[in-house]
Write a protein that binds this ligand. Structure first.
Ligand code: COS
Length: 381
């Protein structure tokens, strides 16, 4: 990889490390064990540090950085604390469609406030029967005069419990119309009829909360429609392409941390005079973890670089998401194997949390089974 890119990444890693050591590490383990509620204070600090709108252009208050730089932030934050890395990726997921498909007025109204952490946005797509089958949206926005009247329910929405602005996917319909295509509408959360709650007892990534949203006769002006009516599915898919690279970066961060924790553990055991055959077994596992981690990192960076170069990246994003998250599954599992009882105990080891945090990476932004379909489709078409 070109020297200047690596140098830039090193600078980013140093900035993230300084932030994580000051703002994240002192509180994240307690937050992981506490009641699930959105950590607004930490979120605002992330935004103020410039990690909230990293890739938005400067004129909208963002850092104007490349996708590779952005995912380096995600990878590095995730290394220190996975849900904090996720918390930084979520506003980007919601802002991408707003920025890419929105008109100038919509962008100027919302993007600078999102970047500053004043508005929390959510990408609101999933429903009970529209997860992998994202096109099966049941939420409907009925056109009534100069307004939409929206009814429906959304589930598993990242930051949906805390959001101020929902980038909402639904069907726009005239009275009596039934077979309409998916569209996208901006809905402010303080609109009457909009309610949300935090879903409880999530297995991992607890600090980055997940919500459920109910919309009951929510009245929104027609000008809040985002992009072209009926193009919502493609907008969502395009957004998820980028987000999947971010998940690859989260997974790479998790793998790196699991690897480093395993190396530390090996050294401790070696210093304590552990039997040679036990150390040999650990060494073999560390060799495999290191290789999986490096492959995950490279496949993820490749996808981001294609995105930065303006080349198609649907295939590469799906490969990065699938491979890196499964590599992370391998790495957390092996890290636990190496640490055994110590790794099971959150009191002694971060591996206990990494193990829980990793699992969802194989599921969100499209399950890995969906990624396999996307990858196969690229070869079969
Ligand atoms: N970018 C732009 N357009 C895309 C696209 C992409 N990545 N993927 C599909 N499209 C377009 C296709 O070009 C097609 O357009 P036309 O109708 O004009 O030909 C249209 O969308 C439908 O494509 P396709 O037939 O491939 O869609 P499917 O219904 O078969 O898609 C999968 C199936 C499973 C791939 C899709 O529904 C998906 O990714 N689901 C997972 C959703 C998800 O990630 N949910 C989690 C959200 S967590 S926030």
């Amino acid at each position: 990889m070109a020297d200047n890119i690596e140098k830039r990444q090193q600078e980013i890693r140093a900035r993230v490390k300084a932030f994580a050591e000051k703002e994240v590490l002192p509180i994240c383990r307690d937050l992981d064990r506490g009641e699930e509620s959105f950590p607004l204070d930490l979120y605002r600090k992330l935004c103020r540090a410039g990690f909230g709108g990293y890739s938005m252009p400067g004129e909208y208050g963002g850092g104007g950085f490349s996708n590779l730089e952005f995912i380096t932030v995600i990878e590095e934050l995730t290394y220190y604390d996975p849900p904090t890395g996720l918390m930084c990726a979520i506003p980007e997921l919601a802002t991408y469609p707003l920025f890419t498909f929105g008109n100038e007025e919509q962008k100027k109204k919302y993007v600078p406030k999102i970047v500053a952490g004043e508005i929390i946005p959510s990408f609101v797509l999933t429903e009970r029967n529209a997860g992998s089958d994202a096109a099966n949206q049941q939420t409907t926005a009925l056109i009534q005069g100069d307004h939409f009247v929206i009814n429906g329910e959304k589930i598993f929405i990242m930051h949906g419990d805390a959001c101020d602005l929902a980038v909402l996917f639904c069907r726009i319909a005239q009275e009596g119309e039934t077979r309409t295509k998916v569209s996208c509408i901006l809905v402010e959360a303080d609109t009457p009829g909009f309610s949300a709650r935090t879903l409880q007892h999530k297995m991992g990534m607890r600090l980055a909360t997940t919500g459920m949203i109910t919309l009951k006769d929510v009245k929104v002006p027609l000008e809040n429609q985002l992009g072209v009516a009926g193009k919502g599915f493609k907008m969502a898919m395009k957004t998820l392409d980028g987000a999947r690279i971010g998940v690859g970066a989260q997974a790479t961060g998790i793998s790196r941390r699991a690897l480093d924790e395993s190396v530390k553990f090996y050294r401790r055991r070696a210093a304590a005079g552990a039997p040679a055959e036990k150390l040999y077994e650990m060494k073999r596992i560390i060799g495999e973890m290191a290789t999986q981690t490096e492959a995950a990192r490279l496949i993820t960076y490749k996808a981001a670089m294609r995105q930065d170069a303006g080349e198609p990246y649907t295939l590469e994003a799906a490969q990065a998401k699938m491979f890196a998250t499964e590599a992370a599954n391998f790495c957390v599992d092996r890290a636990l194997e190496i640490q055994s009882g110590w790794g099971l105990m959150g009191e002694f080891s971060v591996v206990e949390q990494l193990y829980r945090d990793q699992r969802i990476t194989e599921i969100y932004e499209g399950t890995n089974e969906v990624q396999r379909l996307v990858i196969a489709n690229s070869y079969l078409r």
